[in-house]
Design a protein around this ligand. Structure first.
Ligand code: LLP
Length: 437
C-alpha cells in the first residue's frame, strides 16, 4: 500500500485539531487476524498513518511558510520520513548516520539541518559542502566552521546558525533539558553576549540563530520564553548590521503521556508565540522548526503478547530495550497501558495492581508498577500508548533481543515499515561469529 497518495494538501479529518487519540481495539483486532503478533514476532510497533499525516498538517498550518525539519532522532523510519519529505518537510539530523538517512531519502539539500554538540571537522565539511543548513553549537565549533567558510573558495551552505543557550530555568526533567546554565548546548546568551555580537560582526556567512530548550518536561511558557529571548537577540543583532535570515526555534513541544498532562498542540504553541513574541513572525527571517516528539509520539503504539502472568506481574516482550527512559526513570516517564484478550477485545473485570515487566535480565526492567488493570492472563495483549517517538530510535541491544517489526496502518490495511530484526543482522552487529559449527 502506498502510504501517501494525495497531493500536498491535507484532507480534513475528525482528528484535525484534537490531540491524537488512536482507538486501539479495532486496530489490534485487525493486526491479530492478519497474524502480525505471533510466537515468531511477539511484539510490534504500530503507526497510525492518518494520524501522522494529520500531525504534519497541523504543524504546517500552525506555522505557515516555515521550514519544518523533523527531528530524525525521534523516529528515523524511512517509511514515515519519506512521505513527510514529499509533503515539503525537511529533516533535522545530528550525526553522520542521520545525515546519511536524509541524503538517501533525497531530501532537498536546503531542507536538511545539521545539529550536534560533537561535530567532527569531517562532519562539518560534509554538511557545508553538501549545501545543508548547519547550526553551530559552541564558540569552539564556530572557529572550525570559520576555517572552512573563510577559504578562498568556500562552500555555499543553505544557512549557518548559532545555537543560543537562553539560560531559562524550571524544567521538570533534567536529562532532556538543554536550555539552562552550564548545559552542553549552545552559546550562553547571558555570559557570551559580546562574543555572539562579535561573531555576527566578523562572519557575514553567519546568518541564523537557533534555540532548542529541551524535550518534554519544558512547559510551553518556558519554550516561549526561550524563543522570545532569541528573537530579541535577532532584533539586536539586526540593529547592529547583521543579516539574520533564519530563526530556528527547535522542537520540544511536550506531549500528553498521562491523561492529566497538559499538552498544547502546534496551533496553541504558535498562538502563544504570536502573542508573546510577535516579531518572530514579522522579522526578515524564515522560521525553521525541529519538532520530533510532538509529531511522532502520539501516532504510535506498541503491542506485545503476554508471555507469562502470575502474582500481579505480566511479563511481556518489550521493556527497557524499547522504552529506555520509562524503565530507568519511571518517575519522569510514563505511558498509558491497555490490556486486550488474545482476540483483541478489551479485558474487563475487577482492576487490581499489575506490574508490567520487560524481558531483560535485570530486576528493574518494568514498564509499569502496580498499575490498576483488569485481570491479565498468558496470551493477552498489552498495548502501550504514545510510543511513536524516542522508542525504536533509542533501542538498546542489551540481551541481544531482536528489535520488533514496525507496521503502519490506515483504513486500507497494514504496511510493513520495518521488518523484525533477523538473527543474522543481530549477529553482524556484534561482529560476525562465522557460520554454524
Ligand atoms: N532539535 C534538537 C537540537 C534536539 O536536540 C531535539 C531533541 C529536537 C530538536 C527534537 O525535540 P522534540 O521535539 O522531539 O522534543 N527521549 C529522548 C529525548 C532526547 C531529545 C533530544 N533532542 C531522551 O530521553 O533522551
Amino acid at each position: 500500500v502506498a502510504i501517501h497518495d494525495e497531493a500536498a494538501t491535507f484532507p480534513r479529518t475528525t482528528r484535525m485539531t484534537a490531540l491524537v487519540d488512536i482507538t486501539l481495539g479495532p486496530t489490534l483486532r485487525r493486526a491479530l487476524s492478519a497474524g502480525l503478533l505471533n510466537d515468531a514476532s511477539p511484539a510490534a510497533l504500530f503507526y497510525d498513518l492518518d494520524a501522522f499525516r494529520d500531525r504534519l498538517g497541523a504543524l504546517s498550518r500552525a506555522f505557515p511558510g516555515a521550514l519544518h525539519a523533523l527531528a530524525v532522532k525521534a523516529c528515523p523510519l524511512p517509511g514515515l520520513l519519506r512521505p513527510a519529505i514529499d509533503l515539503g518537510f525537511g529533516l533535522e539530523v545530528a550525526s553522520e548516520g542521520e545525515l546519511a538517512m536524509a541524503q538517501r531519502l533525497a531530501t532537498p539539500v536546503d531542507r536538511v539541518v545539521f545539529d550536534s554538540p560533537a561535530k567532527t571537522r569531517r562532519e562539518i565539511e560534509a554538511a557545508l559542502s553538501a549545501g545543508h543548513r548547519l547550526n553551530i553549537n559552541s564558540l569552539a565549533e564556530l572557529a572550525r566552521v570559520a576555517e572552512v567558510m573563510e577559504r578562498p573558495s568556500p562552500p555555499r551552505p543553505a544557512s549557518i546558525g548559532l545555537r543560543i543557550n537562553p539560560g531559562i530555568e524550571g524544567a521538570s526533567i533534567e536529562a532532556t533539558f538543554t536550555g539552562g546554565r552550564g548545559a552542553k548546548f549552545g552559546v550562553a546568551l547571558d555570559e557570551d553576549r559580546d562574543a555572539i555580537a562579535k561573531a555576527f560582526a566578523t562572519h557575514p556567512w553567519l546568518d541564523g540563530l537557533h534555540v532548542h530548550a529541551g524535550s518534554q518536561g519544558v512547559p510551553l511558557d518556558m519554550l516561549v520564553e526561550a524563543v522570545g529571548r532569541v528573537v530579541e537577540l535577532a532584533g539586536d543583532l539586526t540593529a547592529r548590521g547583521a543579516t539574520i535570515r533564519v530563526v530556528d526555534i527547535g522542537g520540544g513541544l511536550p506531549v500528553r503521556y498521562r491523561p492529566s498532562d497538559r499538552a498544547a498542540d502546534f496551533a496553541a504553541y504558535a498562538a502563544a508565540l504570536e502573542q508573546r513574541v510577535p516579531s518572530l513572525f514579522s522579522g526578515p527571517w524564515r522560521i525553521v522548526t525541529e519538532f520530533g516528539r510532538a509529531v511522532f509520539a502520539p501516532c504510535g503504539f506498541a503491542a506485545s503478547r503476554v508471555e507469562y502472568a502470575q502474582r500481579g506481574v505480566a511479563v511481556i516482550h518489550l521493556g527497557a530495550d524499547l522504552f529506555v527512559r520509562p524503565a530507568y526513570r519511571p518517575v519522569d516517564w510514563h505511558h498509558e497501558i491497555e490490556v486486550f484478550d488474545p482476540t483483541g477485545q478489551p479485558k474487563s473485570g475487577p482492576e487490581s495492581g499489575w506490574s508490567i515487566a520487560g524481558p531483560l535480565c535485570f530486576s528493574g526492567d518494568f514498564l509499569a508498577r502496580d498499575r490498576p488493570l483488569p485481570p491479565i492472563a498468558e496470551g493477552d495483549i498489552v498495548a502501550v500508548r504514545d510510543a511513536g517517538a524516542y522508542t525504536l530510535s533509542m533501542w538498546s541491544k542489551y540481551n541481544s533481543r531482536l528489535s520488533p517489526a514496525v507496521h503502519g496502518f490506515d483504513q486500507r490495511g497494514f504496511e510493513l515499515l520495518k521488518p523484525r530484526e533477523t538473527v543474522e543482522e543481530l549477529l553482524r552487529f556484534w561482529g560476525d561469529p562465522g557460520p554454524v559449527g
